[in-house]
Design a protein around this ligand. Structure first.
Ligand code: DC
Length: 227
């Protein structure tokens, strides 16, 4: 039996635990990890810094050539860089969170980032998470997982995640933000969030991280063995 490197696409709604699972997988398999959402957040952060908002679409699109976005993955963790500045924390702020879905509807932004994302996965051995990875970015990924979890579980997870960062939002506010993002992400015209036909559905509402990892590693095993 020969072992080959594959690409793994992980898509799903906000706060389903995609990045936790994707990073655990990358560690275990010694693969690269690419957080595609962080790239949309980087564009959003840049726009906010220019004082641009929801209605300044053309100016945001015009600024794309000025952006050098770099995703760096190492055993010590994931960082994202914008023009050589580490923006890993800045892109998690509520201001970015509240605008990123709107900016992600822009086709010019998507074309720009999808091109980079495809290039990052050319060598194989990449775990990439996002909304359109299995459908648009890596339609040939050998393994595609579509993650979901109950809204209640997701709100609770996001609430704890924000709290750990010192951001104390009301759970009802967290819930409305999640619902709004889900709505925008799944109803936009350009590459909306949807499960690819060949993606495996993973509902992790009642699964621990290690249970999810075991399950997906089994699926990986089936794909990496060339008989
Ligand atoms: O995964 P995340 O929450 O960091 O993603 C932030 C936003 O970026 C999400 O609301 C929609 C957008 N996004 C996208 O449109 N396509 C992707 N592949 C990843 C994220």
């Amino acid at each position: 039996l020969a072992i080959r490197k594959i690409n793994i696409a992980i898509d799903g709604y906000s706060s389903c635990g995609k990045s936790t699972l994707a990073q655990s997988l990358a560690h275990r398999l010694e693969y690269d990890y690419v957080d595609s959402g962080a790239m949309y957040r980087a564009v959003t952060l840049y726009a906010l810094r220019l004082g641009l908002g929801e209605s300044d679409f053309q100016k945001i699109i015009d600024s794309l050539p000025l952006l050098d976005i770099d995703c760096r993955w190492s055993p010590s963790g994931n960082t994202i860089w914008l023009n050589n500045e580490n923006i890993s924390d800045a892109i998690r702020q509520p201001e970015v969170q509240n605008l990123v879905s709107q900016i992600s509807t822009l086709s010019a932004v998507r074309r720009f980032l999808v091109k980079e994302q495809k290039a990052l996965a050319l060598q194989k051995g990449v775990v990439m998470d996002g909304r359109d990875i299995g459908t648009v970015v890596l339609p040939d990924a050998e393994l595609k997982v579509f993650m979901t979890a109950s809204l209640e579980v997701r709100v609770h997870r996001r609430y704890l995640e924000l709290k750990a960062k010192g951001i104390d939002l009301d759970p009802t506010e967290v819930e409305s933000n999640l619902k709004l993002r889900d709505h925008i992400d799944s109803t936009r015209d350009d590459s909306p969030l949807r499960q690819a036909e060949d993606a495996i559905l993973l509902d992790n509402s009642t699964l621990t991280i290690s249970q999810q990892l075991d399950l997906v590693l089994e699926w990986v095993q089936e794909k990496i063995q060339i008989k």
